[in-house]
Design a protein around this ligand. Structure first.
Ligand code: KG4
Ligand code: ZN
Length: 338
């Protein structure tokens, strides 16, 4: 008998619902992006995001069920993101999921958003061997996990200040490229020289797998400001390529340093910044050279979507890890312990 899970994701500015069978067959994955709404403000405006989720969540769920050709009576579980993320946004998805689960007597499963990003990999490659090393790089997190088996995470390192995606977004904003910054910087970087400007790389103290990107962000701001004061012309493609290289160098070096110590069966990349081609290629090359396979979700599954939430839901359903009616949102929650 197959297990049919409806996933719901509203942690930030994407309203998404998906139907996934047996944790790996995506029957539907509907995503309503608010990027145009928030683009005018240069970043996500939390209250605007919650209100938009509220307007569309039921429609998105209905569309996901219709595309999948299933009804509520076919569902084994409803999996919903309950954190980390914007509290107001999370509340909308969680309340919608609770209402449906309660009204139809369907088991409810709470899903951690970081775990969902990691599981975008198991969604496409369900038989990945453990242990895996996984770098989660998103707008809110830069976390390096050692994963021994399903649902068991050891946090090896994390950012001490800005997340990698946040650094992309902030640097893009000061260059007036728009929001979200990651894909826009990546586009500019294609025409730039990654060695044009020597931006700093923060490796921190010996042996740590923690990250820091605020110094790099400040270095880019200072570079732009200095050029402006001197009336010098700035090459946006060169700044973008040099900044992107500084971020990817540190990410790749730290993952590979951890791989040498932990000797995983494979390496995974996850989160919105995993959509970055330069990062995918650089980590892919270094992982191959070290004898490790690298798994990266397809581009569309790197950024926020509900199929990855439903995938986590499947594995939690198999373990009987269901949520009670008291499930609440947890805006700031990590995954695993160090
Ligand atoms: O995982 P995600 O969709 O949302 C969070 O959970 O945060 O990640 C969004 C982040 C944004 O900071 C965005 O700029 C970044 O991922 N991003 C990228 C790329 N596509 C999205 N960063 C670099 N290169 C990209 N191609
Ligand atoms: Zn995300």
């Amino acid at each position: 008998m197959s297990v049919v899970v409806l996933g719901i994701e509203t942690s930030c500015d994407e309203t998404s619902a998906a139907v996934v069978v047996d944790g790996c067959v995506i029957r539907s994955n509907v995503i309503a992006s608010q990027v145009e709404i928030h683009g005018k403000y240069g970043g996500v405006v939390p209250e605007v995001a919650s209100r938009r989720h509220l307007e569309v969540v039921n429609l998105i769920v209905a569309e996901a069920l219709e595309q999948a050709g299933v009804g509520f009576s076919d569902l084994n579980a409803i999996a919903v993101t309950y954190g980390p993320g914007l509290a107001g946004s999370l509340l909308v998805g969680l309340m919608a999921a609770k209402a449906m689960a309660f009204a139809r007597g369907i088991p409810l499963i709470g899903v951690n958003h970081l775990e969902a990003h990691i599981y975008a990999n198991f969604l496409v490659r369900p038989h990945l061997p453990f242990p895996q090393l996984c770098l989660v790089v998103s707008g809110g997190h830069t976390d390096l996990f050692y994963i021994t088996h399903h649902g068991h995470y050891r946090l090896l390192g994390r950012t001490r200040d800005d997340a990698a995606g946040e650094a992309f977004d902030k640097v893009a904003r000061v260059m007036s490229l728009g929001y979200p910054g990651g894909p826009l910087i990546e586009r500019q970087a294609r025409d730039g020289n990654p060695d044009a400007i020597a931006f700093p790389r923060a490796y921190l103290e010996e042996g740590t797998y923690d990250f820091s990107f605020s110094g790099l962000k400040t270095a880019v701001l200072n570079y732009l400001e200095r050029a402006r004061r001197k009336g010098q012309e700035v090459s946006i493609p060169d700044v973008s390529a040099s900044f992107q290289k500084a971020v990817t160098d540190v990410l790749v070096d730290k993952v590979m340093a951890a791989a040498e110590v932990y000797r995983p069966s494979g390496i995974m990349l996850a989160g919105g910044v995993a959509a970055n081609t330069a990062l995918r290629e650089a980590l892919g090359a270094r992982a191959r050279a070290g004898g490790y396979g690298l798994t990266v979700p397809p581009l569309a599954l790197c950024t926020d979507n509900a199929a990855m939430v439903a995938c986590v839901g499947y594995y939690k359903y198999l373990r009987g890890n269901l949520a009670g009616p008291e499930l609440n949102v947890v805006a700031a929650q990590g995954l695993g312990c160090s």
